[in-house]
Design a protein around this ligand. Structure first.
Ligand code: AMP
Ligand code: MG
Length: 351
């Protein structure tokens, strides 16, 4: 398939309405368009069209039992596709448009294939103006998972999308780097008026707790046990796994460097904080260093994480190391993505 790549930037958005109308037409006639959002790039198709959903699973190589998030222009549009509740509107008031996905009981208007046969559907109202304009012009809800091949890190730039999706979709809209860089926070609304956090993101449990009681699903931080029932199908899949094995170190930088030296593996990479670069170069001159961002700058780390994993994965390392992040605030989202990329391999220093 021939993929049109269209760059939007350096001008007012309305100047690009011609291209966005073309993209909207592609969506309406059952085609696929990759578009930027504030979290990561999305691989979009018409959520009401079973054929579009099938095409999305196939373009990503994603198992069709892992449901898609539907993207809407405004919170009230959820009435057409879901059964909402007062708590949904409370969340909308604080966090929409933005990087929060809410799981609600679905109406039949959402194709069964889009929600992978479930009775619920995940809804998000993105903030990115290109995404919003595309949804408005399409006039349909846009089902969009992250626009990466299944198993590789989510794309946060057009370069990542082009490397995974060229020839697999009708159009790619290049809107620059994703501003946040990790996927949305996902919550499920429970019957008793509480929330369960299924995937951490920019909207933190601390912020959600200001609205109602929040329970964090075990699978956010823990490894699933054999045969354990999952609250979200995506939890059971290994994610973002680099080809070279990744291990997380639960200790100080000096302890990590001592461990690596003792371990004696050559051909390694270290993904760590900017401030660590000098010490790493001095102590392990043969190791490649990928700066994640400032130690205390969680937003920068979120913004850089997937690009770091892709860059390091471009080389054939015997081992990649990274520090285990804290689980405070946005740290929980970094922790969740990193432990999955590392297949839960955490090393502790010997005391
Ligand atoms: P992605 O589309 O790549 O951002 O992944 C979407 C995530 O949302 C996956 O982990 C899905 O399993 C999860 N998800 C989507 N719809 C539902 C739903 N109805 N119930 C539970 N999890 C869902
Ligand atoms: Mg994904």
């Amino acid at each position: 398939m021939k993929t049109e790549v269209f760059k939007i930037g350096g001008g007012e958005l309305f100047a690009f309405d011609g291209a966005l109308s073309r993209a909207a037409k592609i969506i309406k006639r059952g085609g696929l368009v990759v578009f930027p959002t504030e979290t990561v790039y999305g691989l979009g198709g018409d959520a009401t069209n079973p054929e579009s959903a099938r095409k999305i699973y196939s373009a990503k190589g994603r198992p069709s039992d892992n449901p898609l998030i539907i993207h809407l222009a405004k919170p009230e549009d959820a009435e057409n596709y879901t059964h909402t509740s007062p708590l949904y509107y409370k969340l909308a008031e604080s966090f929409m448009p933005g990087p929060l996905t809410v799981i609600l009981p679905a109406k039949d208007t959402v194709a069964l294939e889009t929600r992978a046969g479930l009775s619920t559907v995940a809804v998000r109202i993105p903030e990115n103006p290109i995404a919003r304009r595309l949804i408005e012009l399409s006039g349909v809800p846009i089902a969009a998972p992250s626009a990466n091949l299944s198993g590789s890190p989510s794309p946060t730039s057009a370069k990542h999308v082009i490397s995974d999706m060229l020839g697999r979709v009708d159009m790619i809209i290049d809107g620059g780097d994703s501003s946040f860089g990790l996927e949305s926070t996902i919550v499920k609304l429970e019957d008793d008026g509480t929330l369960t956090l299924l995937r951490p993101g920019k909207i933190t449990p601390e912020e959600l707790s200001l609205i109602c009681n929040v329970k964090i699903a075990d699978a956010v931080t823990e490894q699933l046990k054999e045969g354990e029932r999952v609250l979200s199908p995506g939890m059971k899949y290994r994610h973002y796994a680099p080809h070279s094995p990744l291990a997380l170190f639960d200790g100080t930088l000096s302890e990590m460097l001592d461990f690596i030296k003792r371990d004696g593996v050559e051909d390694i990479a270290i993904i760590s904080y900017l401030e660590d670069g000098e010490k790493i170069k001095k102590s392990l001159p043969s190791a490649d260093f990928y700066p994640l961002g400032g130690r205390d700058n969680l937003e920068e780390q979120a913004h850089r994480l997937f690009a770091c994993l892709r860059e390091a994965d471009g080389k054939d390392y015997k081992q990649i190391y990274a520090p285990l992040p804290s689980t405070e605030g946005v740290g929980l989202a970094l922790y969740n993505r990193l432990i999955r990329a590392a297949a839960h391999r955490i090393i502790k220093p010997e005391k």
